[in-house]
Design a protein around this ligand. Sequence first.
Ligand code: SF4
Ligand code: SF4
Ligand code: SF4
Length: 186
Amino acid sequence: MSDKQIQAQSLMNKEQLQSPSRRAFFRRFAGPAEVELPVSEFPRPPWAMGNNEFLALCNRCNRCIDVCPRRVLRQSDESSSFLQGLPTLSLEYGSCDFCGLCVEACPTGALSRESGEKRQALALVSDHCQLTYNQSCDFCIDACEEGAIKLSASNRIEIDPNGCTGCGECSLDCYNKAISLVKRQV
Ligand code: SF4
Ligand code: SF4
Ligand code: SF4
């Protein structure tokens, strides 16, 4: 499907989503025939709606980006004109404390405490971890307030995807840059 066709579909979706009753109607009848829109490779801001609804609702106003006190939201620079400019969660140099200012600033419902998904990112550990080389280190374990990181029986870092909120603190504290935050499949 071309970008033009996708944009036309999105506009239709957006119209349907503009009033609560139409939104409910859209949700109820959006079944298998629903058009699959492009999916970003980056995590969305916390509490983002599902992909199709987010694309239909977000108007690229940047309010979420502007209000984030930790500066961890930015505009996507993906090549697809359809995805470009949409807000993404970028945790390379900062972490999110789920203060909720972004969701409160969103005027369209693209971010929603009621219907969105709070956890948009997931921590993954790579072979750059010190423990891979049998060196001792527990910085990430100490950094994780959720207790989602543990040592395995074979003395390797294990991250529990159910416990991880995607806050990014472990990655910031890893001096080997062995932990990255990736898009969670939501
Ligand atoms: S919850 Fe707070 S820190 Fe996290 S992205 Fe939103 S505004 Fe930024
Ligand atoms: S505040 Fe809402 S509508 Fe505006 S850019 Fe952020 S997610 Fe999109
Ligand atoms: S991203 Fe946050 S919750 Fe997830 S493992 Fe790292 S510190 Fe723990």
